[in-house]
Design a protein around this ligand. Structure first.
Ligand code: UD1
Length: 418
């Protein structure tokens, strides 16, 4: 039910996009790795299940938000399609399994094939390190004869997933691996910190050139996951859109510089705190142009939330999506809510309206789902977001937090709807 002002405090947990990779990285060392600040979300459950099938024991301690992963001496090396199709990040076990076991069989996520857009940089990079990679019966099969060997890899694009896979393969390779044009996301810095705690030697962390001196073996480690900048950013947009006042704890404003600056341009007041930030907005926000780019550029994972913001803002703005064009599919759902958005290729022109009007809409992915919930918070009447499980993949206790902060929102089963 639209119309509420969000006020109060909310605490963010560890980043989904980091923790899934940290869990995969645990495969690199025999023994028990302990991760802290692990969000209680569906994607973590899927990754836990994947690790269990590889022979690991995965135990969550709800009270401390920690997960202990006991990795056997020889993990198995096959990730089946039933899990991979639910969790694209399954591809992140490719590098560590290949390095550790000498072979990795990972089902191809739908639509991908060797050499196709999506996995080509992962494959080409691993081949440079001495792997043989082939596609067979829907699986990507990577093998090596001997230990992987260091090499220089130039990525065509600073892909997050490819940088992570190559890092995890390079840390156990013989000699020096250089990843040039590497991704620089805070989640990459996080995995580097964990790998270093495990005994890896990595230089250039946080820059676009990573230099890795391979070691013979790694040891398990204990690591606290970096806070989720995308969840924190979603709350910041929610505060601005609802003309609310939110204090977001366990957040890193330095990981959200452009996004928070955009909200200031939109009219919000943003204060940095020791452990997070506070966002307030008193008036109808102004529309702001956004261009998504790899970090430190504006994150594509906050693009739908900013389209939602612009759709009720004063003025018009252009949103340019440079990473995932399919993310604009969500625009059709915004139009159902009365938004004035037109797309042309990878540009979306959003003309702000005084108000949106609640309607049934469908979430196609995590961030689209979050964007639609935000739009529902400011739309007149009731908005029903179908397929909310997408939101559960990335936002822990989203509905409970929204209710606590003053929103009128509830989860209903499909039976209640019919
Ligand atoms: C990760 C995040 C995702 C985020 C994205 C960009 C996780 C689980 N997901 O996805 O939320 O939106 O980073 O910040 O961490 N590409 C290729 N070939 C490759 C690899 C990628 O063409 O071998 C293309 C992709 O199709 C896409 C772009 O590069 O267009 C960015 O992909 P990448 O940075 O790899 O994103 P992910 O790691 O998949």
């Amino acid at each position: 039910m639209g119309g509420a002002r969000l006020t109060g405090e909310v605490r963010v947990t560890g980043a989904k996009n980091s923790v899934l990779k940290l869990m995969a990285a645990s495969l690199l060392a025999e023994g028990t790795t302990v991760l802290h600040e692990v969000p209680d979300i569906l994607d973590v459950e899927y990754m836990s299940e994947l690790l269990r099938r590889l022979g690991c024991e995965v135990v969550r301690d709800g009270a401390t938000r920690s997960v202990a992963i006991a990795v056997p001496e020889v993990p198995s090396h096959k990730a089946d399609y039933d899990l991979v199709r639910k969790l694209r990040a399954s591809i992140n076990v490719l590098g560590p399994l290949l390095a550790r076991c000498g072979q990795a069989d990972v089902a191809l996520p739908g639509g991908d094939n060797i050499g196709s857009r999506g996995l080509d940089m992962h494959v080409a990079g691993l081949e440079r390190l001495g792997a043989t990679v082939r596609s067979e019966h829907g699986f990507l099969i990577a093998t090596r004869d001997d230990r992987l060997h260091g090499a220089t890899v130039w990525l065509d694009f600073p892909s997050v997933g490819a940088t992570e896979n190559l890092l995890m393969a390079g840390v156990l390779a013989k000699g020096t691996t250089v990843i040039d044009n590497a991704a620089r996301e805070p989640e990459i810095v996080d995995i580097c910190s964990m790998l270093i705690a495990m005994g890896a030697q990595i230089d250039g962390v946080g820059t676009s050139t990573l230099e890795i001196e391979g070691v013979e073996s790694l040891s398990p480690a204990e690591h606290t996951t970096v806070p989720d900048r995308l969840v924190a950013g979603t709350w910041a947009v929610a505060a601005t859109m609802t003309r609310g006042d939110l204090t977001v704890r366990n957040a890193r404003p330095d990981h959200l510089e452009i996004a928070l600056d955009k909200l200031v341009s939109a009219g919000a007041l943003v204060d940095e705190l020791d452990d997070g930030f506070r966002v307030r907005c008193h008036d109808r926000p102004r529309a702001v142009d956004v261009v998504t780019l790899p970090y430190p550029g504006f994150p594509t994972d906050l693009q739908p939330q900013f389209i939602a913001l612009n759709s009720i803002a004063r003025g018009a703005a252009m949103v340019t999506e440079n990473l995932f064009e399919a993310r604009f599919r969500f625009v059709n759902e915004m139009v159902r809510l009365g938004a004035d958005v037109r797309t042309d290729g990878h540009h979306a022109m959003v003309r702000g309206k005084e108000s949106l009007s609640g309607a049934p809409v469908e979430a196609a992915d995590i961030r689209a789902g979050a964007g639609l919930v935000l739009a529902g918070l400011v739309a007149e009447g009731v908005t029903t977001v179908y397929e909310p499980h997408h939101v559960d993949r990335g936002y822990e206790g989203f509905i409970d937090d929204l209710v606590r902060l003053g929103a009128d929102v509830s989860r209903i089963s499909v039976n209640q709807l019919s």
